[in-house]
Design a protein around this ligand. Structure first.
Ligand code: ME8
Length: 504
């Protein structure tokens, strides 16, 4: 089996989970589930980023010890993982011993090879971004993200980032698709071409973090600590054999705001440590809420728990994956959500299933009817197009064209809807029962294939569709798309799969 390793960013525990976290995680889950159904040995990692000044400040504000604070808040992210029905293989926390060990191991490696040296930092720092900024980058005295910056002067270890500029540029050139989408790739290239300064990788003005080996007054820069999570999980510094098998990652999915850390700093750290580089970093866009930037001060933060409670998990999963071309910014609008649920889920998909199954329950004694191998051209198009469909889906998923892959499946659904209207089995009932049976067979077979294909998007609803045919779990993988429905099996009725939402 081929390996596939995908990661979400690890989330800061200074705050409650919001739609941005849910979105990144869902996109990864879609890809992870797709790959698993497609026969890959998938590892999918998510977790929480628990160190740094931002988290220490948040704990102080609540007058709680940082460790107690992160233990509490991390639970909310773990709960979200469950709530979103993520198929993650592990949930890493940067306060875990396994992670402290791998951070120390990496530091020692970088230090012993001469890539880290002690000096003094003086410059701007944004706690919200946990990032250093040069004077020239500030806009009206603030970080480009709008976050406040503070002047920091302290002894600091530096990573010799400047030395890696040419090697990074060569790597980007040799690996054209390392950074996607391409527009973001260009931003990164311009940044690196503009010259890299050595990066401060330790702080002394707070305590909450991984202590620098042999110099415990220094706390490792939270981004060096956080990025290391991806190799901690793979067994870096603890299990060489496992690490060889589990690293590099195939895909880091991140938000556009943290691309620089993943596409510049991370590859440079890895090169310096003589480690293979991840195969791809994909940066997705940001959501606004009904046209407005999402922020706590505006009070328009979208709570994923509430959203799912109100509209249903699979409905929200579908909407977030479908609404925005993956990589672009997008706007969250309740009316769009309701519209998509009613038209694409309830009408196009739900109705197709309901109509066909109810008709069979009345007219084929609730069984998969016999086709007698008398398929015509239209029939064969409905039941045999899965090969082109799955290969096109594979292509789209491997380029992270997530929304397009959903469109592709809905084209298949539309074709089945068109077929049912054109073939009109209800008109065949009285004088051509044989033809009616063939048409119904093809529709049921198409529904089975659709059920298989939508599993990574809407696992629960897909299972309910596949339960109609009483299929075992090993009958639900993509390599079973071609095994046609067995004539004569009983159909098991399901309640409405996607109820319509009535607008008040
Ligand atoms: O950055 N729309 O964690 P984080 C879409 N700990 N995505 C959004 C968003 C929005 N409105 N707001 C935030 C960190 N995000 C670090 C990562 S990885 C080694 C360390 C996304 O909790 C954001 O782009 O601040 C990012 O990918 C993710 O939420 C986590 O953000």
């Amino acid at each position: 089996m081929k390996n596939f390793y995908i990661t979400t960013p690890i989330y800061y525990v200074n705050d409650s989970p919001h739609i941005g976290h849910a979105y990144t995680s869902l996109c990864c889950d879609y890809i992870a589930r797709f790959k698993k159904l497609d026969g890959f040995n998938v590892r999918f990692l998510t977790g929480t980023d628990e160190h740094g000044q931002k988290v220490e400040n948040a704990a102080n504000a609540k007058q709680i010890k940082p460790k107690d604070f992160v233990d509490e808040v991390s639970k909310n992210f773990l709960k979200l993982t469950d709530f979103l029905n993520l198929s993650n293989s592990d949930f890493i926390r940067t306060t875990q011993q396994r992670h402290l060990n791998s951070c120390e191991y990496l530091w020692k490696k970088l230090y012993s090879e001469g890539h880290i040296y002690l000096d003094k930092y003086s410059g701007w720092y944004s706690v919200r971004d946990e990032a250093y900024f040069q004077e020239s980058e500030l806009i009206d005295g603030k970080a480009p993200t709008g976050a406040d910056v503070e002047w920091v002067e302290e002894p600091s270890y530096f990573f010799n980032l400047s030395k890696w500029k040419d090697k990074l540029l060569k790597f980007y050139q040799d690996n054209n698709n390392f950074i996607l989408p391409l527009s973001r790739r260009n931003e990164v290239l311009n940044f690196v071409r503009g010259g890299l300064k050595d990066l401060s990788v330790s702080r002394t003005s707070f305590n909450w973090g991984v202590k620098v080996p042999n110099d415990p007054n220094h706390i490792m820069y939270v981004w060096l600590d956080a990025l290391t999570n991806y190799i901690t999980y793979s067994g870096y510094g603890s299990n060489e054999k496992e690490f060889k098998n589990n690293w590099p990652a195939d895909l880091h999915i991140v938000g556009k705001d943290i691309l620089r850390f993943h596409a510049v700093y991370w590859p440079a750290f890895l090169m310096a440590a003589d480690l293979p580089l991840p195969k791809r970093v994909f940066a997705h866009g940001w959501w606004t809420n009904e046209g407005e930037k999402i922020s706590k001060s505006l009070g328009n933060v979208i709570d994923p728990f509430k959203l799912i409670e109100q509209y249903g998990l699979d409905q929200v999963r579908y909407f977030l994956l479908r609404e925005v071309p993956f990589g672009n910014d997008g706007d969250f609008s309740k009316s769009h959500l309701v519209q998509r649920i009613n038209s694409e889920l309830a009408n196009n998909l739900g109705n197709l299933v309901q109509r066909v199954v109810s008709f069979c329950l009345k007219n084929t004694m609730g069984k998969v009817p016999d086709h007698k191998n008398k398929f015509n051209k239209e029939d064969l198009e409905i039941i045999n197009s899965f090969e082109t469909e799955i290969s096109s889906l594979r292509n789209l998923i491997d380029q992270q064209k997530l929304d397009e892959s959903l469109k592709e499946i809905w084209i298949k659904i539309s074709k089945s809807n068109k077929y049912i209207d054109e073939q009109a089995p209800w008109n065949l009932k009285n004088d051509n029962a044989e033809r009616m049976n063939i048409v119904l067979y093809c529709l049921l077979e198409s529904i089975r294939q659709i059920g298989i294909l939508i599993q990574p998007i809407m696992p629960n609803s897909a299972n309910r569709i596949l339960d109609i045919f009483g299929l075992d779990s090993n009958q639900r993988n993509f390599n079973k798309l071609g095994t046609k429905l067995v004539v004569g099996i009983d159909l098991i009725k399901q309640d409405v799969i996607f109820p319509r939402i009535e607008n008040k």
